[in-house]
Each structure stands twice: as C-alpha cells, then as structure tokens.
Design a protein around this ligand. Structure first.
Ligand SMILES: Nc1nc2c(c(=O)[nH]1)N[C@H]1C(S)=C(S)[C@@H](COP(=O)(O)OP(=O)(O)OC[C@H]3O[C@@H](n4cnc5c(=O)[nH]c(N)nc54)[C@H](O)[C@@H]3O)O[C@H]1N2
Ligand SMILES: Nc1nc2c(c(=O)[nH]1)N[C@H]1C(S)=C(S)[C@@H](COP(=O)(O)OP(=O)(O)OC[C@H]3O[C@@H](n4cnc5c(=O)[nH]c(N)nc54)[C@H](O)[C@@H]3O)O[C@H]1N2
Ligand SMILES: [Mo]
Length: 697
C-alpha cells in the first residue's frame, strides 16, 4: 500500500495521528512553536534540510528564506546531509576556486585516461557530475582506446566495466594521491601548460608536502602496491588528456578533504584543469543565489570554524555542524538546548550517523514540524506534518546541478496535473514558517509580502556581491523588472542574469523564463569548453589557490595515519540503482528481487569469522551493534565490508506498507557520530573500524 500524505497530519493523543485542515495545521504549528520562540528564542530552533530539497524547485529556491531568516533571528546552525556527503568538495572548491559550488568536472567525452575514486555511477548515475548515460560515456572512453581506472575497495559494476580496478583501503585515498603526485614530480612529469602558468599558486608547496609520501611508504597502508602506484602515475603522465574525479567514498572518510583536494591538485599538476579532455568548469545557464558567497562570509577568502557547537564543540563549516550533532544538541540539557526542529524533505533518523541517539532524542522536542509526504522513521516524531504537492502537480527547473553538467542546458517543466487549489505549495509553507520565526503568528503570515521581501533581499545581496552577475545593479530596478512570484520569479531572474539571459533588459533577445517555456523539451545552449579560468575563479587572488593553511595543516594528521596499521575490518557504505537514499523503498516495483540490504564480505574474511553466505552476522562498532544478512563475494577487497545506507524501516508509528515489509538494517546505528574528517566537519561512514561475528539463528 502506498501512503503518500496529501493532507496535513497532527499528533493527537498517544501518538495517534489525525488528518486536519490546513488552517488547523498552521494553528497547531503556531501553538507549539511560539512558546519555544518566545521563551528561548530562535537559538532553540534548528532546521534540517534533506536531500530532495535539491531536486524540487520550490524547496531549492525557498529553503534559503527559512534558514536565512531563522539565522537572522538567532538560530545558530542548520543541518543537512551535506556533512555526510560532499562537504569536503565544497570546502576545497571554496578555497581553490573561490565558490563552494564552483569546481571543474571531468570532460568525459574527450578524456583518454580517467581515474575515478570513491564513485559508483553504475548505481548513482554520477554525483556532482550530471550527464545522461554516464555508463555509456565511460564505455566510450575505452572504445576510443582510452583507459578508465576505478579506485574503490569494492569491485563495483563501474569497476567491472573499467580497464582496471584498484582496490584501496578505505580512508587512505589521500595517501595514494600524494604518492602519485610524488611519483609524477620525481619523473619530471609535472606539466605547466601556458594556460595555467600564471593562474596557479602553491603547486610547488604541495609537491614539497608529497615528498614524505613515496609509493613504498604508503603501499602497506593503502593496500595498493608501490609498483601499481608508479604505474598509475605513469599512465597519467603518458596520457594525452588525463583527468581524475572523486566522489562520496573519497569524501565521507577520515581524510575526505585532503583526498578531494589532491584530486584537484593532480588535475592541476597534469595541466588538465580548464583544458578540453581534462577537468572543465561547466557554465550553468541558470544563475542561482546559491552560487554567491553568503552575506555572512564577509571579507576576502572564506572563514570556517567561526563558531562551535554547544555540546561537542564541533566547528561550523558553511554555517553547519556535522549532522550527528543534532541529537546531542536536543538531548543535552542546558542553555541553548534545541527544543524545536523543522525538517524539510529529510530523514535524519535513518541518514545520520549516531541514528540511535537521534531517534531517542526526537520525542524530547517541544515542537517538531516536518514538510514531507511520508510518515517515516523521522516524521513519525513530528507533531505536525505539512505535505507538499506531488512532483506531477508542481513545475520543475533544475538549478544547482547545472553547475556540474556536461552541457549548458535549461528546461522548464510545467505541472503535468493541475495542482489542488486548496493546498499550498512547499515554498509557501517555507515562507510561512520563516515569517513565524520572525514573530508573526504562523496563520497570519502574509506569504506574498514575505515572498517579495525575500526576493528583494536576494537581488539586493547579489547587487552588493562582486562574484554575481547582478553586481553593481540597481536592486529596485531589477526587482521591478521581474514578474509574478514564487519559484517562477526566482528562476526567471536566474535565467535572465545567466550567460544566455536578457540581462534584465540590457541584452535584448536574451533568454527569459517566458522564452524558455516556449521550448518544453528544453534548450541546449553550450558545451563544455576550456579557457574559462579568468571568468570562473572568484578567489581573492583571482588564481587557483592550491594551498591553504587549513589544507596543509591537515597533512600532519595524515602523516600520523601512514604508520598506523589497522588490521581489523573496516565498514563502508554503498548505494543501489533502484533506491534513492531512504525513500524509494516504499515503491513496490522498485523492491522486487532479492534482499539488497546485505553485508558484503570477502570470502577470506567470511571464512576467518566462520560466516557463510546467507547467514546473519552481527556488525559491531564503537557505536553499537546490528544484525544483518551476509553476502559473501570476492567483489570486496579483504579487510573491508560494505553495507548500504537508507534502510532500517519497520519502526512503530510509520506508514510505509512496502518498505516496512522489507525493513533492512540502518547502517547509521553503527556509524559513530564522533568520527569526522576534521577540516570539513564531515561524518566518516567509509572506513569505520568494526568487528563481526556469526549469529546463531
Ligand atoms: N551510512 C551512510 N549514511 C548516509 C550516506 C551514506 O552513504 N552512508 N549518504 C548520505 C547522503 S549522500 C545523503 S544525500 C543523505 C540523505 O539523507 P536525507 O536527505 O536525510 O534522507 P532521504 O533518505 O533522502 O530522505 C528524504 C526525505 O524526503 C522526503 N521527500 C521526498 N521527496 C520530497 C519532496 O518533493 N518534498 C518533500 N517535502 N519531501 C520529500 C522523503 O519522504 C524522505 O522523508 O544520507 C546520508 N547518509
Ligand atoms: N540509484 C541511486 N542513485 C543515487 C543515490 C541513491 O541512493 N540511489 N543517491 C544519490 C546521492 S544523494 C549521492 S550523494 C550520490 C553518490 O554517488 P556516488 O559518489 O557515486 O556514491 P556510491 O554509489 O555510494 O559510490 C561510492 C563508492 O565509494 C566506495 N568507497 C567506500 N569507501 C571508499 C574509500 O575510502 N575510498 C574509495 N576510493 N572508495 C570508497 C564504495 O565502495 C562505493 O562504490 O548518488 C546519488 N544517486
Ligand atoms: Mo547525497
């Protein structure tokens, strides 16, 4: 049975939920939120924004209103799965290239030598790298005589289709990459083509840091033989158009920032950055306010660790604490304790390390409001659930992901079905909540006025910021030229100030939303190209700033790791094609086939622990233990086990008929909250020390 929520739900007595009118839901949200805000201020409030925010234009364009205004009212930090995902990439992008979403992607169609680390596009379809048929594009590299190397502790489907699979011990990618850089330098293979010569600072400093990581030294720790490391370096050096790409397996690990950084360092050292066939900066057709530096990051460069979390003292990074801090900030008494939580399209009770503590903490909130369409592991604790319209009832236009796309496109999709006129859109709900945090009783918030205020605020901030296309423009004039309201107005703004836009009247004949709408199949406006460095870099120097104390300082932590022999098993994460994090397990058609929530283990490790295929094992970490069925497979490198994330359904109070019949096990019950990649405050869910034992059933 499906159980998509279409009417607001409120908690009645004894955990029972009742369907209520929108007016009653808003009144109830007000009744719960107001005392917290009045007594404790916005400091007692947190907002959690989940992954689908990025795939829903109304949420993507308006979560900034809630987070920004709540921040202005005193909310300390907000939470997202960014800190179990791409935060290291954001940090590195900000420091090296100037913007947190500003990074080059591999030019898949022209490279002849790709090394891919910690990514499995056969399942994920590519991440921070948007392209249709990514597996076809990888196959094409080989068909034209090129090479694809996959570095991953698991021989994934992607690795199977590659030229070579290089198993690596989880968490040690940075050592491997340093050793490759070391080898390139030793061979005299650092390329400094003309286009980079005056555009890069600090490469020599990084090469000097690499001196302590020769292949022979890192081989025992990484599990990659020294000859293989030298061969990988030679392969890159000999290729015409080499490039490296990394993703989540190299981010959510002990040295996620260093590993992600070194991928870009190597791309620079190979002369690949900003060169066709190498790593190119996509040109997004739609400008997004996300691309500008947040107003609280005043001054040149970026600052991190401007404030720290109350309980464990974790450093903020881009205004966020590691997502696992949420639980302790709710359940630890004292001034500044979180008493109210708003979740938007997120399921942190499953997706956040230390999930057991969060699940126990959520019932302790005075007010929990969720914008979500499912009664799941997280929203079952909400006092009020406010559901959005179905994806078929709302328009769509991507924004963020064009920053990582292999072509410059734009497409506006009108709703397929007429939206129910009696239901608010999610962006309106966000504005209402934002107004309530600012002090207006929630039912009385003037959503239209809030929308104008927010849009004017964006135009004003962009007009003050050098790295936006609105810099120096007269805000009132720009705002007056925009029509309508809601996401359509913001997307119209983004298209018009984008590279193909009409520049708000200054470039007659340029694109507007209206012009884009006339092409329901979308417009393909440009291809990836090189030679754009001067235009894309927004660092203080205007060059690629390859070293930063924050990065260089973390090398000492890495150097300590080289000689630490970790002989025990390491737990890693994985995803599957037919699910999306935690929330497609309720779709019957996607749940056919055998159980996917298994612990993958190499036959040697299985035999050593007396565990056979299909048996149940207990996986135990510093955080706790779970029981999970075992799948013995030589696709895992010895010493490493893999569990998918997003499972652990079947909890009381949820309404997920299909998912609850295939509950699986929540990997984040055993991922410890305190394991983080230090510079980026990112959770470690790859390379977690664990033990296993058979369970007698
Ligand atoms: N161990 C481990 N943990 C991980 C990861 C891992 O690899 N290993 N990966 C991490 C990553 S990369 C991510 S992105 C996170 C995901 O973490 P979350 O974003 O917290 O979780 P999701 O499973 O994506 O949950 C999405 C929620 O949004 C709701 N939803 C779906 N569509 C919409 C919509 O259009 N509107 C609204 N309002 N709600 C909607 C769904 O019902 C669901 O409740 O998990 C992270 N956690
Ligand atoms: N079908 C489907 N598509 C998705 C998602 C989904 O759940 N299902 N989730 C979406 C989201 S939110 C995201 S963030 C992206 C993520 O997209 P990807 O980054 O491609 O993520 P995964 O498919 O989890 O692949 C990560 C790989 O890293 C490997 N790995 C683990 N530890 C290490 C390590 O220490 N070093 C190296 N080199 N590798 C390691 C794992 O074995 C795994 O093969 O996918 C997105 N796309
Ligand atoms: Mo993600």
């Amino acid at each position: 049975m499906e159980h998509r929520i279409t009417c607001p739900l409120c908690e009645a007595m004894c955990g029972l939920r009742v369907t209520v009118s929108w007016d009653d839901a808003f009144a109830e949200a007000e009744r719960l939120l107001r005392p917290v805000l009045d007594r404790h201020g916005a400091e007692a409030l947190a907002v959690y924004l989940g992954n689908p925010v990025a795939h829903n234009v109304g949420l993507a364009t308006y979560v900034g209103a809630l987070v920004g205004l709540a921040g202005a009212a005193g909310m300390r930090a907000y939470y997202t799965p960014g800190t179990v995902d791409q935060w290291p990439l954001n940090v590195v992008s900000a420091l090296l290239f100037g913007g947190m979403w500003n990074a080059p992607i591999p030019d898949l169609d022209r490279t002849d030598h790709l090394i891919m680390l910690g990514a499995n596009p056969s399942a994920s379809q590519g991440s921070m790298l948007s392209t249709p048929d990514i597996m076809g594009r990888l196959a094409a590299i080989r068909e034209r005589g090129g090479t694809v190397v996959v570095v991953d502790p698991r021989r994934t489907q992607t690795a199977r289709r590659a030229t070579e699979w290089v198993p690596v011990r989880p968490g040690t990618d940075a050592l491997l990459l340093f050793a490759i850089l070391h080898t390139l330098a030793e061979r005299g293979d650092i390329r400094y083509p003309e286009h980079l010569r005056h555009m890069v600072d600090g490469l020599d400093d990084v090469i000097a840091l690499a001196a302590q990581f020769p292949p022979d030294r890192v081989a025992p720790t990484t599990g990659v033989p020294a000859e293989t490391i030298r061969r990988l370096a030679a392969g890159l050096a000999d290729a015409q158009n080499p490039v490296l790409y990394s993703r989540i397996g190299s981010c959510t690990q002990e040295f996620g920032t260093l590993a992600t950084w070194l991928v870009f360092v190597l791309n620079v050292a190979l002369g690949a950055v900003d060169r066709p066939g190498g790593a190119l900066f996509p040109k997004a057709a739609v400008w997004s306010p996300m691309f500008m530096k947040p107003p609280d990051q005043d001054g040149p460069g970026w600052r991190f660790g401007r404030f720290h979390s109350r309980v464990r003292g974790a450093a903020e990074v881009f205004g966020q604490f590691p997502v696992s801090c949420l639980a302790e900030e709710i359940d630890t008494p004292g001034d500044g304790r979180l008493r109210a939580l708003i979740t938007v399209a997120g399921n942190p009770a499953v997706s956040s390390p230390g999930a057991r503590r969060l699940q126990a903490a959520l019932p302790g909130l005075d007010a929990m409001i969720s914008i979500d369409n499912w009664l799941n592991e997280t929203t079952r604790h909400a006092h009020v659930i406010l559901p959005g319209l179905s994806p078929l009832e709302r328009p769509h236009c991507d924004d963020l992901y064009w920053m990582y796309s292999t072509a410059s496109c734009v497409k506006w999709s009108d709703p397929v079905l007429p939206p129910d006129p009696d239901r608010p859109s999610e962006w309106e709900i966000l504005l209402r909540l934002a107004g309530a945090v600012l002090g207006t009783p929630l039912p009385e918030v003037d959503v239209g006025a809030m929308d104008d205020l927010y849009t004017q605020g964006i135009v004003f901030a962009a007009s003050q910021s050098r790295d936006t296309p609105l810099w120096g423009r007269e805000p009132a004039e720009v705002f007056a030229a925009l029509e309508g309201g809601g996401p359509e107005r913001l997307i119209d703004l983004g298209i018009r100030v984008g590279p193909w836009g009409d520049d708000i009247g200054r470039r007659p004949g340029g694109l507007t939303l209206e012009a884009v709408r006339a092409h329901p199949d979308g417009l393909r406006l440009g291809e990836l190209e090189g030679g754009r460095l001067a235009e894309v870099l927004t660092t203080p120097s205007g060059r690629i700033e390859l070293t930063h104390p924050m990065l260089a300082d973390d090398v000492a932590r890495l150097a300590d790791r080289v000689d630490r022999r970790a002989d025990g098993l390491l737990l890693t994460s994985r995803r599957h094609l037919r699910s999306n994090n935690s929330w497609l397990h309720n779709v019957a058609a996607l749940m056919r086939g055998r159980d996917r929530c298994t612990l993958l283990i190499n036959p040697v490790d299985a035999a050593r622990h007396g565990i056979s295929d299909g048996a149940v094992a207990e996986v135990c970490t510093a955080e706790g233990a779970v029981r999970v069925p075992v799948e013995v497979s030589d696709e895992m490198m010895p010493g490493v086990v893999s569990m998918p994330h997003g499972w652990g359904h079947g909890l009381d109070g949820t309404r997920l008929g299909v998912a609850n019949a295939h509950p699986g096990v929540n990997a984040n019950l055993v991922n410890p909250p305190e394991l983080i990649d230090v510079p980026s405050s990112t959770q470690v869910v790859n390379g977690v020390p664990c033990q296993i034992r058979p369970v007698d059933s």
